[in-house]
Write a protein that binds this ligand. Structure first.
Ligand code: GLN
Length: 486
């Protein structure tokens, strides 16, 4: 049962094959058994989960049905949860208990989802491997010597090992899509503004976006239906009407124009990943889609521009963590300045400090024009590249990552880690929706395909991903091991 998709579980709950309490207990048992190996959860809410599950069962018995009612879910620990610790993977917030729920959390709970717990992540969502977490690295269920990807690695590993039915993540430069690729599951980063950021701890406010991490495009559509929409508490949340994202899933892709960016099939791409993505493109061709080579000429500037914009915004956002208002405060400060300095030096990890320093430097009066303004100009060029491409094609497809999951500890150079997002980061700079779906295995490790649509075209993105999943079985493969209760 626990390996089923949300759509399937919803049917099982409606038919009475299983209750939400039984299903919730089954996932809790697996978390208890396997979390010590995977380190995917930082908090497990056993009691509240069983209470919510009982409420969902009662609501169903009263005749209420909705697709997420009674479905067990995990939230990335970046989303504030009332009364339950929200650590953001940091010592700075290791004891922080928010007094309110993030909009994403309240919307999913209003839809009837049951919260199993909070998942591990890179500290303040900075990273591509989940190794920067204060709570230790997450392990990839496909090979526990390898990283799950980051920063939403806890959510991705939890889905891949069937420790929950669905999960949330956030994506600032690739943090939903890259871990989805490394863990062989489905992840969607919606358009900027599609989902409220209220109560989601800010990293880089002009890039951050929440999204679903799950087992299929259909499940991503069901989750997006609950998560999307205007929220007056977030002024950057878009006033664009929410569609029923399941409505177009079954549309044919006959005549669909798929853009293949030359720059995403160039040097640096591993041959196995290239082959798997090209075979997936062949599936679309058989279904009547047309493949068109396109250019994204400024893609090579995206990582550099991102590593000015994102740290600049992070340095401003993280200034609130001063030992006074939230979280960690150093012991026995001698005066106010000592308290600020030591609380921040002791509370933040190395990668976070590196970003704060880079960001502060890029925003300083003498360097603002040389770095920040320049990066914003590049951002505009990148957006224009996509606009031009979408004149020619309906969707853009390439690899999510140049390779499969790497070994824990393998990347010690920060710049090598930054290059992990070479195919995903431009999508955040342009504010577009992007998605990763599994398309194969290389040496037993999953490979992800990256799909990008134009602004607010999530419906099309999900349709194109779903059509692939209707015609292939890659999304059904699960990591071996972790068999107890399966
Ligand atoms: N890997 C990128 C970074 O470290 C993106 C992270 C993210 O999307 N949150 O900033």
């Amino acid at each position: 049962m626990i390996e089923k998709t949300v759509a399937q579980l919803s049917g099982s709950l409606n038919r009475g094959d299983i209750s939400s309490v039984e299903l919730t207990q089954a996932y809790l048992d697996r978390i208890n058994r396997y979390n010590s190996t995977l380190n995917a959860f930082v908090t497990v809410c056993e009691e509240t989960a069983l209470t919510q599950a009982a409420q969902a069962d009662a609501a169903r018995a009263d005749g209420r049905t909705s697709p997420l009612l009674g479905i067990p879910l995990a939230h990335k620990d970046i989303f504030c949860t009332s009364g339950i610790k929200t650590s953001c993977g940091s010592k700075m917030l290791h004891n922080f208990i928010a007094p309110y729920d993030a909009t994403v959390v309240s919307r999913l709970s209003d839809a009837g989802a049951v919260m199993l717990g909070k998942t591990n992540m890179d500290e303040f969502a900075m990273g591509s491997s989940n190794e920067t977490s204060y709570f230790g690295p997450v392990k990839n269920p496909w090979d526990t010597d390898r990283v799950p990807g980051g920063s939403s690695g806890g959510s991705a590993a939890a889905i891949a090992a069937d420790l929950c039915a669905m999960a949330t993540g956030t994506d600032t430069g690739g943090s939903i899509r890259q871990p989805a690729a490394f863990c062989g599951i489905t992840g969607l980063k919606p358009s900027y503004g599609r989902i409220s950021r209220w109560g989601m701890i800010a990293f880089a406010s002009s890039l951050d976006q929440a999204g679903p991490i799950c087992k299929s495009a259909e499940d991503a559509a069901l989750m997006l239906n609950a998560m999307a929409g205007l929220d007056t508490k977030d002024s950057t949340c878009a006033d664009v009407s929410v569609e029923d994202y399941t409505a177009n899933l079954t549309n044919s892709v006959q005549g669909l124009r798929i853009g293949i960016p030359r720059q995403h099939f160039a040097e640096g791409l591993s041959p196995e990943v290239e082959q798997a993505v090209r075979e997936a493109l062949g599936v679309y061709e058989k279904l009547g889609a047309q493949l068109i080579d396109i250019d994204l000429p400024n893609n090579h500037l995206s990582v550099s521009a991102y590593y000015v914009v994102a740290p600049a915004e992070a340095s401003a956002n993280l200034s609130r963590f001063d030992g006074v208002r939230y979280g960690y405060r150093c012991d026995n400060p001698v005066d106010l300045e000592d308290m600020y300095k030591r609380s921040r030096s002791e509370g933040f990890g190395d990668e976070v400090k590196r970003r704060i320093m880079v960001g502060t430097y890029a925003l300083s009066a003498g360097f603002y024009d040389a770095y920040y303004r320049k990066a914003q100009k590049i951002r505009r060029l990148i957006k224009q590249d996509f606009n031009a491409a979408f004149q020619q094609v309906d969707i853009i497809i390439g690899p999510t990552s140049p390779h499969t999951a790497f070994n824990l500890g393998a990347k010690t150079d920060p710049v090598a880690m930054y290059l992990e997002d070479i195919y995903t980061i431009a999508v955040n700079l342009a504010g577009l929706p992007g998605m990763s779906v599994p398309v194969g295995l290389a040496n037993g490790l999953p490979i992800g395909m990256h799909l990008v649509a134009s602004d607010f075209a999530e419906s099309r993105l999900l349709n194109v991903a779903h059509q692939f999943q209707l015609n292939t079985d890659w999304h059904r493969l699960r990591a071996t091991g972790f068999t107890e209760g399966r």
